[in-house]
Each structure stands twice: as structure tokens, then as C-alpha cells.
Ligand binder design. Structure first.
Ligand SMILES: *Cc1c(COP(=O)(O)O)cnc(C)c1O
Length: 913
């Protein structure tokens, strides 16, 4: 298809999704995305094409925004520390359960969940609990006798406000949970928390939830950023990425990802979470929503929502129904017991006729959730479902309900749970309330960050390729954007068509029989795939098979996912000379563990960027010993159209749609990691509690909150595949491989290139070795990485899979001119290193060791370095006309980890007026 044909089809599918007035709730609410945020973040490649901010000196903009996110969450929840997002509310709850379990050193195996919690949250927690034999007990927190599980309790989760809308006072329950030795976990809603007492004030050890309703569209389930906050005591157990304040070598404050030693590639088999890609872009949107509205604006939005709910409650009660929401009042959601003679089915039918979605609870109960998009007119249409009066007037109803000034609105009927602590007092949340100011703030941050709008980002294994505009356009089409994930399937026909086509395409590309689009990241796909393998063995009476073979070179998420699936990780060696899997070691380990072998997790082409000639043998050896083959598909960009995991022997693969299939990285998410499986594993694919018939018949449960998790970004790979066509896809793979080999060839006279095959060819990526330079010049991979910033480039992948190396992946998207520009930069840097080797330049005071150079450094009145300012800032002629300035000098990671600060510091410490 051409771009215009594709867009026409996308529009047609979008129009087949019917957008009803939506009051379903359950953690997903309509929201008004401020247009300045929609256009300048969500639809802006300057924000969505960025990579995870590992190169902090050229990422200060989004790091500041993510720090705002953490501050917002910390303030509203009343907790000590928050991370920079998780995948969704359900997985955040599952992480909390795992933390509680780990906190007891695995000894306590009962996790309690109040029954008034979203069903998808309960289901996702149950999936995660099973491999650890953690018993998830769902009960009524008011009546459940905790002493019956006291010795075994690791934690308890409640929802505040609860699923039916009730606001409960958890003060004494929190004490009970703690007295019994468990962690007290609260799932909450940041909008409600602007008016309600913060969970940190009634004993929460962990507070989590979704930030979706802070301006992030419904998108049929995602992508949205979940939040996760905890206490100071538990901070080092917290999953996910954490932005912290540190300083650069000049002593200026600077931001960077904190506690990097916790990252998945270090923790490996000691990990308790496999979270890697999260939801950075959506966290930025939510944070900016709070920056734009500020504490007063947010409070007013919440008060108005509550006033609408209260008005509706009045109309409903007057009409003879009963609002059953008990406890200490409600915020935005009410559950209604219909008067005798009216059934939920009848109301639902009337609702459907009026193009309204409500939630049917049972035969006699329905529930509705209001939000900031609800207008007086829409409220009247909704109220009409419950009232026979023809003269219904919302203003009169509001007056009759006693609603005077919005400022008096408090959801807590006793007043005991009314919020009386301030929040978002930091200047950043009180400065940018006009669109002019907001626009400039967004662009000021954007300007600090290097993205694909500036230069290629040659990150091996991460596949930073073009995110074509025509692929991105459908994402924000209202038909895809504004539909609730639990809307009746009949209203989502366009999505269903698109999903069916995408599933078929991915199955064909990978050579598998069935595809699940549910996993919400690559690591989440690994987990879903391993759970399918686990279920398969169990179904054959071989539940004891729990050994997972993993090459030492594997991505850190592999062992972490295996741990989460309850497997024992057995490392397999790689050959030092070629990087290939050590077949002898594999045969030995597979034989040794034959009785308990569950699977192998293998990456192809390997993590070293080489097509292992022995991949079929690897699969055969493992199969012969009763194991399954999990293929990490992060390197599919070297395979699409050329070879298929299903053909050479794999049983399951995950695809990183945000790598191979063009979903942008978003500065650290969103992503999606669907899995393809052979027919025998199909029954074990993820399902969903709110979509009967979806997924496998013997499913281990859902791995994400929504059936298609981040559904609204699935049009991207769908569009890519359609526009490329079979020949285009193959050609793009060939070009990716050609580009890598071209670069390797150009660089081989200057650097030693690791691990090419017997024809001295690499796959789609290759590794340059900095280890020899350490001896000759004192220079390490990190110095090259930082110096590349002065040349206007983002570093290649650093020190993975081999320490002190750089892995380069150019992708097919880059032009010859850009490939040459990067080669020229690397060659020029090699010449700078040669000067050190010759002794012409100091081993410590040189442009590499002291890189990167900021504008402030090179224009400073003092300059006491052994090299010139021009060398520092303008090492090539092209940098003179096209200069990207790093905004801080090299950052001191250790300092920040020793002095952990993860909320916004005082304004003057940002290093700008
Ligand atoms: C990116 C990557 C993953 C993890 O994917 P996420 O989406 O970040 O969770 C797993 N394995 C390999 C080899 C990768 O490159």
C-alpha cells in the first residue's frame, strides 16, 4: 500500500470502532488531553523517538520530566519515593505482591486482596503468584479474619477508592496487616487523591495505580503509565527505573537514572522483576498534565467530577433506586441498586440504544464512573436512564443535592478522609499554566535531548529505526484513541479487523501458528512465553521441569523472566573466540538436566550480532532432552523475510514491536512484545477475565491489565507491514545487514571488531572492542561514548554483551551519508586516541576523558585544559554548522546513588535561572 492508501484503510477501521459515551470505569477513564501536550509530546518525534535516558548528559529534558512524574506521584500518594513508571496497574500490583513476598524472604506465601478491587488487577496478580506458590486470597477486608492466615501473610492489597466507588477508611486494616507481618498495599487513583487523604498517611507501604486519566487517551487499553511508590525503607527493592538527582564532574546538579546496579542486566538470576522498557512517554504526558493544570487546576477538575457524581446520585435516589456505595462516601463512581421492577439488563439495553456504556454488575446492580469529559448534557442523557422525569435539569438536581460552590466538594462524607496536606508545591507545578509558557517549557526540555530528529542512534539490540509519520498518524485517530478497553466487542470491529490481520502477519513472519498481542513489552513477552512453556509441561504431568538454560551472553531480562516464571536458571557458556554458543557445554548441561529441563532461552542472531550456524542443532539438542526452545526475538530485524524461528526449531518467540516493527521507543516506552507460538503452546496463551473466549483454553492467566494491553500503538506495526509489503520487508532486513557490514568494514582498520563469522560478516549489528585501548591509552568504551556526544551522536550500546565494548546497529533506515558521518566520527576519535597512545596528549587531561563538553564549559573565562576549546566543541567541520550541545558535563553516578534524591530539588539547583 502507498501511504495514502494505508491512511484511508486506517481511517476506515477507525470508523468501524464505535465511540459511545463511556462510564465503564474499572481503572480507565475519559480524559481531555491538553492539545499543547498532544501535539508537542504525543505527536512529536522530538519526544517519542528518544531512547531510554542512559546517556544522561544528552537526556536532561526527559529526565527532568520523569523527575516531575516521580514528584507528582510522591506528593499525591504521600509516599517517600516513586519510580518513573511501570507497564500498567495490574502488573504494578503484581510487582507489589512480589515485593511483599521477597520482603519475607519467600517464607510467607499468602497475599490478600480485597474483593472490591478491579478484576483484571486480581487476575494479573494471580498469574504472577502461581509460580511462587503464593496463595492469593480474595475476601472482604471488613469481615475477613486475618488471624487465619496471620503467620503466612506477606501482604494485603486494597483499592482506594474501591471498584464500586466506595471510599473506605483503611486505618485499622492497615494496622492489622502490619501487625500480622505483611506489607500494606494500596491501589489508588491520583485524581481522587487530590481530594482524599493520601495512602502514605494511613500506613501504606506501597501505593500504585494508573496515571491514564492525567491526559493520556484510553486507546482501548493503552499505552498508559502505571505509577509505583513506596517507603524509604523499601526503596532498594522497588522495581523499575528511577530518576535521581546527582551532579556532574564540575559539581553542578544533574539528573540520571539512579541505582543502575539494580538494572536487569546486573541482577540477572537474582532479579525479582524483569521490567526493562516501561512507559516513559506516557509518564511524561501525565506529568505535563499536572505541570499544566497545577495543584489548583487538578483539584478543580476532581471537584467537578465529584460534583457530577453527586448530582447523578441525587437523581438516581430520587427516582427510587439506591446508591449502594457505602463506606465514607464516593468520588467519581457510584454503584446503583435498581428499584424493584427494573433490571440491569433493561437499563443496559436503554443505554445501548442511547449509545452509552455503563458497567453491569449483576442482575440488579449497575455502576457508572464519571470523568472530566462529562458535560451537563451528557450527564442528563445518562441520568435519563434512571429517571422517568421528563423535566430533568442537572442544575436543579445539583442544587437539590446541596452542591453550592465546587470548592466545598469533598468526597469523604465524615470528613475524616478529606485531604488536608498540600501537594505539587514545587515551582515546576506552579509556573506553566498558560499555553505560551507550557509550549516553551516543553520545547526547552526537548531541546536538551538527543533524539532521532538529530542523528542516528546506533544502539545494538535496540533497533532505533524510522518511525514513519504515516505509521504514527492512526495512533491518535479518535476511532482508535477514545475507546474503552472493556467496551463491548461489537463496538470495536475496526480494532478486531486490525488485530486479526496483524496476528496473521506476525505468525507468517515468525513461522508460528498463533500469536498473542497481549504482552506489553519485550520482557513481558518473555514472561508470557515462559508461562506458556510452564503450562505445557504441567499439562503433560511434567510440572517438575523447571530448568531454564540461558547463555551467559543473554540479555538480563531473560534470566529475570525465567525467575519470575518459577524456573531455575542454568547458564550456558559461549565460545570466547567466536561468541557462539558452546555446543559442548550445551549438550552437557542439557543432558545433565534432562529430567528437569524446561527450556532454553536463546537469541538469534546471537547477542554478539552473528548468525550462529548451529541454531538448528541448539533447538534439536534441547528438544531431544524434553525441553522447549524460547527464542528472544529482539534481533528479528536481521531475520524478517529471510528466516523464521518457527522453521529452524523454536517453539515460541517474542517480538519487540518497538524495535523491529517501528513503534517508537518513547524515551523508555511504550513498547509491545507479542509472542508467537507453535500450535502445542497455543492453549497456554494469556487470557483476560473481562473477555471470555479470548486467549488460550488452559491459560495461565493474563499478563497485562487489558486484553490487548497497549492496543492503540498496534496500528504502527500493522501500517509498517502493509506499506512495506513482503519484498519491502525482506529488502529492509537485507539493507540493515548490509549497513552493519558496511560500517564494520569501514571501521575494521581502526578498531578491532569482535565476533564476525567465518566470512568475516556480521548480522545487523557488530561490536567494536575498546578493551585493547585501555592498556595503550587509558581510554575505555565510556570515554568514546561520551566523546561521541561532542560529535553530535548518541553512543552505541555500551558494555553489553561484552564489558568495555560498543555494539553498533545502524538499521536500514539510515542513509549512506549518515553511516559515513558516524564512521568519520569514530575514526576521528580513534585518531584522538592514537595521539594519547603516542604520548602527544595527556592520558588524563584529554578530550575523551573530559568529554562531553557543554557550551558553558567551552565559553568559560577559564580554560585550563591541555587541548583547545575548538577541539572540545567542534571536532569536525560538520559540528560547526550543526552542533548538538550536551547540557551537563559527565555525570557522577556514584554520588547520586549514595545521596539518593528522587523528587524535584529546589529550583535554583537545576542549573538555570
Ligand atoms: C530489548 C531487549 C529485550 C527486552 O525488551 P523490553 O521491551 O525492553 O522489555 C530482551 N532481549 C533483548 C535481546 C533485547 O534487546
Amino acid at each position: 500500500m502507498t501511504e495514502s492508501e494505508l491512511l484511508a484503510l486506517a481511517k476506515e477501521y477507525a470508523s468501524q470502532n464505535e465511540i459511545f459515551d463511556n462510564y465503564i470505569g474499572l481503572g480507565y477513564y475519559n480524559t481531555l488531553t491538553p492539545q499543547v501536550i498532544l501535539r508537542n509530546i504525543m505527536e512529536n518525534p522530538g519526544w517519542y523517538t528518544q531512547y531510554t535516558p542512559y546517556q544522561a548528559e544528552i537526556s536532561q529534558g526527559r529526565l527532568e520530566s520523569l523527575l516531575n512524574f516521580q514528584t507528582m506521584v510522591t506528593d499525591l500518594t504521600g509516599m517517600d519515593i516513586a519510580n518513573a513508571s511501570l507497564l500498567d496497574e495490574g502488573t504494578a500490583a503484581a510487582e507489589a505482591m512480589m515485593m511483599a513476598h521477597a520482603q519475607s524472604n519467600g517464607r510467607r506465601k499468602t497475599f490478600f486482596i480485597d474483593k472490591n478491587t478491579f478484576p483484571q488487577t486480581i487476575a494479573v496478580v494471580k498469574t504472577r503468584a502461581a509460580p511462587f506458590n503464593v496463595n492469593v486470597v480474595v475476601g472482604d477486608f471488613r469481615t475477613f479474619d486475618m488471624s487465619t492466615i496471620a503467620d503466612d501473610l506477606c501482604g494485603a492489597l486494597v483499592q482506594y477508592p474501591a471498584m464500586d466507588g466506595t471510599i473506605e477508611d483503611f486505618e485499622s486494616f492497615s494496622t492489622t496487616v502490619k501487625n500480622h507481618g505483611g506489607l500494606f498495599v494500596v491501589a489508588s487513583d491520583l485524581m481522587a487523591l487530590t481530594l482524599l487523604k493520601a495512602p502514605g498517611e494511613f500506613g501504606a507501604d506501597i501505593c500504585l495505580g494508573s496515571t491514564q486519566r492525567f491526559g493520556v487517551p484510553l486507546g482501548f487499553g493503552g499505552p498508559h503509565a502505571a505509577f509505583f511508590a513506596t517507603t524509604d525503607k523499601l526503596k532498594r527493592r522497588m522495581p523499575g527505573r528511577l530518576v535521581g538527582v546527582s551532579r556532574d564532574v564540575d559539581g553542578n546538579p544533574a539528573l540520571r537514572l539512579a541505582l543502575q546496579t539494580r538494572e536487569q542486566h546486573i541482577r540477572r538470576e537474582r532479579a525479582t522483576s524483569n521490567i526493562c522498557t516501561a512507559q516513559a512517554l506516557l509518564a511524561n504526558m501525565a506529568a505535563m498534565y499536572a505541570v499544566y493544570h497545577g495543584p489548583d487546576g487538578l483539584t478543580q477538575i476532581a471537584q467537578r467530577i465529584h460534583a457530577l457524581a453527586k448530582t447523578l446520585a441525587h437523581v438516581v435516589t430520587e427516582a427510587g433506586h439506591t446508591v449502594t456505595t457505602s463506606g465514607d462516601g464516593f468520588f467519581d463512581t457510584i454503584t446503583i441498586r435498581l428499584r424493584d421492577g427494573t433490571t440491569a439488563a433493561a437499563v443496559a439495553e436503554a443505554a445501548n440504544a442511547a449509545r452509552i456504556n455503563i458497567r453491569v454488575v449483576d442482575e440488579q446492580h449497575v455502576s457508572v464512573s464519571l470523568d472530566e469529559t462529562t458535560t451537563k448534557r451528557r450527564l442528563r442523557n445518562l441520568a435519563q436512564l434512571f429517571s422517568d422525569r421528563e423535566d430533568l435539569c442537572m442544575d436543579k438536581a445539583a442544587a437539590a443535592a446541596g452542591i453550592g460552590s465546587l470548592a466545598d466538594m469533598t468526597p469523604s462524607s465524615s470528613g475524616k478522609l478529606t485531604r488536608n496536606t498540600p501537594f505539587l508545591e514545587h515551582p515546576v507545578f506552579n509556573s506553566y499554566h498558560s499555553e505560551t509558557e507550557m509550549l516553551r517549557y516543553l520545547h526547552r526540555l526537548q531541546a536538551k535531548d538527543l533524539s532521532l530528529t538529530h542523528a542516528m542512534i546506533p544502539l545494538g539490540s535496540c533497533t532505533m529505526k524510522l518511525n514513519a509519520t504515516s505509521e504514527m498518524v492512526p495512533v491518535t485517530m479518535p476511532g482508535f484513541n477514545s475507546i474503552h478497553p472493556f467496551a463491548p466487542p461489537a463496538q470495536a470491529k475496526g480494532y478486531q479487523n486490525l488485530f486479526r490481520e496483524l496476528e496473521a502477519d506476525l505468525a507468517e513472519i515468525t513461522g508460528f501458528d498463533a500469536v498473542s498481542l497481549q504482552p506489553n513489552s519485550g520482557a513481558n513477552g518473555e514472561y508470557a512465553g515462559l508461562m506458556a512453556i510452564r503450562g505445557y509441561h504441567e499439562s503433560r504431568g511434567e510440572a517438575h521441569r523447571d530448568v531454564c538454560l540461558i547463555p551467559v551472553s543473554a540479555h538480563g531480562t531473560n534470566p529475570a523472566s525465567a525467575m519470575m516464571a518459577g524456573m531455575r536458571v542454568v547458564p550456558v557458556k559461549c565460545l570466547p573466540a567466536t561468541g557462539e554458543l558452546d555446543m559442548e557445554d550445551l549438550a552437557e548441561k542439557a543432558a545433565k538436566h534432562a529430567d528437569n529441563l524446561s527450556c532454553i532461552m536463546v537469541t538469534y542472531p546471537s547477542t554478539f550480532g552473528v548468525f550462529d550456524a548451529g541454531i538448528r542443532d541448539v533447538c534439536q539438542v534441547v528438544h531431544r532432552h524434553g525441553g522447549q526452545v524460547y527464542l528472544d526475538g529482539a534481533n528479528m530485524n536481521a531475520q524478517v523475510g529471510i528466516c523464521r524461528p518457527g522453521d529452524y526449531g523454536a517453539d515460541v518467540v517474542h517480538l519487540n514491536l518497538h524495535k523491529t516493527l517501528c513503534i517508537p521507543h518513547g524515551g523508555g516506552g511504550p513498547g509491545m512484545g507479542p509472542i508467537g507460538v507453535k500450535a502445542h503452546l497455543q492453549p497456554f496463551l494469556p487470557d483476560h477475565p473481562l473477555l471470555p473466549g479470548f486467549g488460550g483454553s488452559k491459560s495461565p492467566g493474563p499478563v497485562a491489565s487489558a486484553p490487548y494491553s497497549s492496543a492503540s500503538i498496534l496500528p504502527i506495526p500493522w501500517a509498517y507491514i502493509r506499506m512495506m509489503g513482503p519484498n519491502g520487508l525482506r529488502q529492509s532486513t537485507e539493507t540493515a545487514i548490509l549497513n552493519a557490514n558496511y560500517m564494520a568494514k569501514r571501521l575494521e582498520d581502526h578498531y578491532s571488531i569482535l565476533y564476525r563469522n567465518h566470512n568475516s560478516k556480521c548480522a545487523h549489528e557488530f561490536i567494536i572492542d575498546a578493551r585493547p585501548l585501555k592498556e595503550t591509552s587509558g581510554i575505555e568504551a565510556i570515554d568514546i561514548a561520551k566523546r561521541l556526544q561532542d560529535y553530535g551522536f548518541h553512543s552505541p550500546t555500551m558494555s553489553w554483551p561484552v564489558v568495555n565494548t560498543l555494539m553498533i546497529e545502524p538499521t536500514e533506515s539510515e542513509s549512506l551519508a549518515e553511516l559515513d558521518r558516524l564512521c568519520d566520527a569514530l575514526i576521528a576519535i580513534r585518531e584522538e586516541i592514537a595521539a594519547i597512545e603516542r604520548g602527544d596528549v595527556s592520558r588524563t587531561d584529554n578530550a575523551l576523558k573530559r568529554a562531553p563538553h557543554t557550551a558553558a564549559t567551552v565559553t568559560s573565562d577559564t580554560w585550563d585544559r591541555s587541548y583547545s576549546r575548538e577541539t572540545a566543541a567542534f571536532p569536525t567541520s560538520s559540528t560547526k554548522t550543526n552542533k548538538f550541545w550536551p547540557t551537563t558535563s559527565r555525570i557522577d553516578d556514584t554520588y547520586g546513588d549514595l545521596n539518593l534524591v528522587c523528587t524535584c530539588p529546589p529550583m535554583e539547583s537545576y542549573g538555570e535561572a
